[in-house]
Design a protein around this ligand. Sequence first.
Ligand code: SME
Length: 164
Amino acid sequence: MSHPVVEERPVAHGDAMNVVRQAIAEAPGPEAAVQRAVEELHERFPHYDWVGIYWVDANRTDLVLGPWIGPEATEHTRIPIGTGICGAAAASGQTQLVDDVNADPRYLACFASTRSEIVVPILAEGLVVGEIDIDATDPAAFDETDRIFLEEIAALLAPLRPRP
Ligand code: SME
């Protein structure tokens, strides 16, 4: 008996991991590499409706929006660490997986269409240096496979962070 849903998703994630690695390796510099990674994530997973990278600023007080791809721009281009789901991920260093954003009092609304969100910290030398933020229009769109996959992607992005 086959379980197509369970078996197909890790294959898709594994394939995407190779594509993202390759895109990063071929990019002319770190900024272009992060942009390419965001593009591949957005393109390969239909439930990754809005994909953005936030970087921790030099004062380590705020998250500042870097490359993003999605149907709309967000007004939240700077988020204090500790505010919103993004700020919670940065403050704790822990991935935040929110099945229903409307039930989470921390949620900072960006898009009326968003129903679920995952925020994955990017860690370097024991510090949060940024994060991957993905919004989905379906409730509970993200699972543990996404978490593990995106934590690996975050490790690839860490060396590409902007340096002062
Ligand atoms: N929803 C996020 C804010 C960023 S937007 O989703 C792009 C939050 O609650 O922190």
